[in-house]
Design a protein around this ligand. Sequence first.
Ligand code: AMP
Length: 464
Amino acid sequence: MKSNFEALGVSGALAAKLAEHGIEEPSPVQQEAIPLVLEGRDVIARSQTGTGKTLAYLLPILQSINPELKATQKLVLAPSQELAMQIVREAQRYMEDEVGVLGLIGGAAVKRQIEKLREHPRLVVGTPGRVRELIALKKLKMHNISTIVVDEVDQIFQLGDAGEVNRIIDSAMRDRQLVFLSATINGDIRAMAGREMKNPAEVGIEPERVTAAGLEHYYFVCEERDKVDTLRRIVRQYNPRKAIVFVNVTDTIGELEAKLNHLGLKTAALYGDADKVTRATVLSQFRADKLKLLVATDVAARGLDIEGLDMVIHFDPATDSEHYIHRAGRTGRMGRQGTVISIVTERERFIVRKFSRDIGEEIHERILRNGMVAEPGSASVRRPAPAKRKPEAARPAAPAADKGMKEASRPAAAAADSGIKQARPAARKGGQAQNGTKSKSERERDRKNKGAPRWLKEKGRQPE
Ligand code: AMP
């Protein structure tokens, strides 16, 4: 019997390799895109990160490489060095021949890349600037390239690299196949597709949803000067396995990294200006769970696929909804749960409202009170930090009460296990008294605290 991948036209050999990596069921974008790309059609795929989009194009292009032809036949362009290298790693996993794929990224020695190109890698994956440079130097030959894939096209446009991509496409033969992947498809992307593609097939997965379904969105309001402390308390409360903390500028990134380390949170920073080796080291430490937090700029974290990343924190609000979507897309990948948190000042509330409207998702306000996360206006219940980490699949990433309907589908044991109880406004529970969910000692503490000055309450409270 054919596997699900074979039914889409994927070869038995590739399907077997996928199975070795535990990949047996094609994701929706793979189901739609693989047959079209195999057919040789030009394709525009609207796909969120973490939906399996890389294999959606890699499998068909790997399969259509002619092993007899000693020439570069397939080209993938990606907006960042990290994403390009991630794609190279994924391709190596499924290729017969490991020298068959080459990464051409800025920041690495061009001389070595030129040497490697002499070996005629069948697939080349690179960032637009470096790829253009090597074409101009006539080191990367374009006449045998039969497919060009442009991954995260919207990001390439935002980085101002669309011109480079146009020139790269123009230097290939007219009958090349073009595949574009993008989380959002705007007028500029359509215009490029209209110019360069022949009767493109559009693949749109859940077009009405721009962020992954398993995400919960929250925001916390605080004074600018309290942001670091708010971040610390959020991490303490939600206790993610690991989180990316997004900032908008690189100037203060080192300072934030130092402060968080000082607070006992294992943190490193990832930013564009850092050299390639530092960036690679930081990323591998983060992947290996040796760091709790990765402070990063948008450019540095673009397209990253980090296993086990269950939280994204906007320390500075995203500059626009597209950035919000991309940041959020680092978590909740392949149908997993993820929590997205924004820390904003009072004056930035309107930004959250705008993002909420644009992405069509509720972004709930939460507050930190008496060592717990609560809904504004609700009575609060102490939420003990989980003592022991649960296995990844069974562990909710956010307080249980925030999960709404989705909670019902999670195994009851996991929800109960999480040790998380959270107050809902009385109205939602048919007027049930909030105190009903508090332990006796907590009620006692509240009673004693009543009317006490704030500093005294603070003193009596356990550290968060
Ligand atoms: P991507 O959206 O391409 O960044 O993929 C996200 C992650 O999902 C990668 O680690 C892939 O290896 C993995 N993946 C891709 N396709 C599947 C699938 N059909 N089933 C399970 N995991 C997958």
